[in-house]
Design a protein around this ligand. Structure first.
Ligand code: NAG
Ligand code: NAG
Length: 530
């Protein structure tokens, strides 16, 4: 363990615990604003269902696309998730998809959908993943006029498969932040409670999915940027096995080969049953490595679980709230009833989780810094800028500068120690892979608390290793929503498998979704079903 680092973590935990205790007293008494309910049944169908309905000619792409455009317009004033839309182009694309389907003979329909598995299905894109011709500012004022020159590779796979992009959604500055408060527009709000953040950095996707305003979204995750917003907004989100999805066309990006493993594109969706199809498309050529067609029966999956880090390491983190522990207990019980072997896992392998996590990131030198100064005293300059940002007087965001600053000081770990922790990561990887094998999963918290209050993430950041550690060791991890806590905020946990066993995560997601409900609805639907 690193003493200085852990002291900081400890004080941040205390600071956060005090804040967590005080904040409820400071909240206004009146109830938070509710987003409008879903009133169109089309918005409640999963991707798998709409594809089937379109194939049977029972649903037109244009009706689906129009329904989502309406929904986005309804909820956007409550969540501020959109950077820019391309609704006109989407309507043209939808009409075109309908024409293709209408012109295909019944017997050729399966082949058509084999070739274009997402034909006519609308989706949304995190701005940093790159959608051609759309803004590419990624929350930064310095990039305010940038337009994306070319689809990111993963976005391209989705478009080539017939998917119809509707918009690009907001991220934190350079994707550096657990909240989505870009420097370029008003902060993004959580659809379950506007006093909370939707998380970050895929906050716009989290909020849109949580609000039922997109069929699915593309996110990116280098430290939890898919899984945290999924937790905070009550939806599913998958961080694939390291290296499976391409990061070409993403901003920010890096040259180190490790970066291509740590940073991954992945789906965010309300429907656990859609994850497999989405990864099949998003992984491109690498999809074969995931063996997605070979389904494993739930009862054959070995379920290990933990309620969080343990011993000294656990003590230095924020203890996960009861509702998170309950979510895991409920899932374990449900899976045991389905015939799974279940066992509480020891977390002793993870005793240096923070050091291992951070050392991986620190070594990625080519990731861009937000502040590119020539000053000989960069650290001082960052500190000054950080204080300006706290007062709202900087052109950068405080989350972004904080992250820059931590990297500039190597997060207080000496270079030779960083290498030691990199070696330790390899040991952890080997041991955990051995424990999980080809049929084991590990359930553990995605984060210790539900959706954070705005402007509190800098204190809570020191729990980031719950998610970041799996980027560093390259294991796939899916966040699974599991209902609400007493304040009405979504809770859940992540399910982790050994590399290339993403399909085990999807099977657990499907199983728990069908028995326990999946997506946490912010406002009950108002469907006029006869
Ligand atoms: C830093 O130096 C380079 C060349 O030495 C110059 O082009 C750039 O404008 C300088 N940047 C700042 C922020 O002063
Ligand atoms: C968060 O803090 C910034 C200043 O650092 C302030 O401008 C902003 O209004 C705060 N956001 C909320 C929702 O309180």
């Amino acid at each position: 363990m690193e003493l200085v680092l852990r002291c900081i973590q400890f004080f941040m935990s205390i600071g956060y615990a005090i804040l967590y205790w005080i904040l409820p007293f400071m909240e206004p008494k009146k109830n938070p604003v509710r987003i409008p309910p879903i009133s169109n049944e089309l918005l409640t169908f999963s991707l798998v269902e709409v594809i089937e309905l379109m194939g049977q000619r029972k649903l037109k792409s244009i009706d689906l696309v129009r329904a989502y455009i309406e929904r986005i317009k309804d909820v956007e004033p409550y969540i501020n998730a959109v950077v820019h839309d391309c609704f006109d182009e989407a309507i043209d694309d939808a009409l075109c998809a309908d024409k293709v389907i209408a012109g295909t003979k019944d017997e050729d329909i399966p082949a058509l959908f084999e070739r274009f598995p997402l034909l006519g299905a609308p989706f949304t894109v995190k701005e940093s993943c790159g959608l051609k011709g759309m803004p590419f500012r990624v929350g930064s004022r310095q990039r305010a006029n940038m337009i994306c020159p070319k689809n990111g590779e993963v976005v391209n796979h989705l478009v080539k498969a017939g998917g119809i992009p509707l918009l690009v959604s907001v991220t934190s500055e350079y994707c550096y932040g657990m909240e989505t408060q870009p420097a370029t527009q008003y902060c993004c709000l959580n659809p379950h409670n506007d006093r909370r953040t939707p998380g970050g950095s895929s906050g716009g996707e989290g909020a849109l999915n949580g609000a039922g305003a997109t069929l699915f979204g593309v996110g990116s995750d280098i430290a939890g940027s898919i899984r945290l917003p999924s937790l905070f907004n009550g939806v599913f989100g998958h961080k694939p096995t390291g290296g499976v999805t391409s990061i070409v066309g993403h901003f920010p990006n890096c040259r180190e080969p490790d970066g291509r493993e740590f940073l991954q594109m992945g789906p965010i969706t309300r429907f656990g049953c859609d994850l497999s199809l989405l990864m099949h498309v998003m992984a491109g050529k690498n999809a074969v490595k995931l063996n997605l067609k070979s389904r494993i029966a739930t009862k054959d999956i070995m379920v290990y679980y933990s309620f969080g880090f343990e011993q000294l390491n656990g003590f230095l983190h924020k203890t996960p709230v009861c509702a998170m522990e309950m979510a895991i207990k409920t899932a374990v019980k449900c899976l045991a009833n389905r015939g799974c072997y279940t066992e509480r896992a020891s977390m002793s392998l993870f005793k240096n989780s923070l050091e291992i996590s951070i050392s991986g990131i620190v070594l990625l030198q080519s990731f861009p810094y937000i502040i590119n100064s020539n000053s000989s005293n960069k650290i001082f300059e960052h500190l000054v800028e950080f204080h300006k940002a706290l007062l709202g007087r900087s052109e950068y965001t405080k989350e972004g500068i904080y992250f820059d600053l931590l990297r500039r000081v190597n997060i207080l770990i000496k270079a030779e120690r960083t290498n030691k922790y990199r070696a330790e990561a390899e040991v952890l990887k080997a041991n955990l892979a051995k424990m999980l094998g080809d049929n084991g999963v590990l359930l553990l918290p995605t984060f210790p608390v539900p959706a954070l209050h705005h402007n509190t993430s800098l204190l809570a950041l020191w729990n980031i290793d719950y998610t970041l550690i799996f980027n560093i060791i390259g294991f796939p991890a899916t966040h699974i929503p599991m209902g609400k806590d007493k304040d009405g905020l979504p809770v859940g946990f992540q399910v982790v498998a050994a590399p290339y066993n993403d399909r085990l995560c999807f099977q657990i997601a499907r199983e728990l979704e069908s028995t326990l409900g999946g997506w946490v609805v912010p406002t009950p639907h108002d469907l006029n079903v006869d």
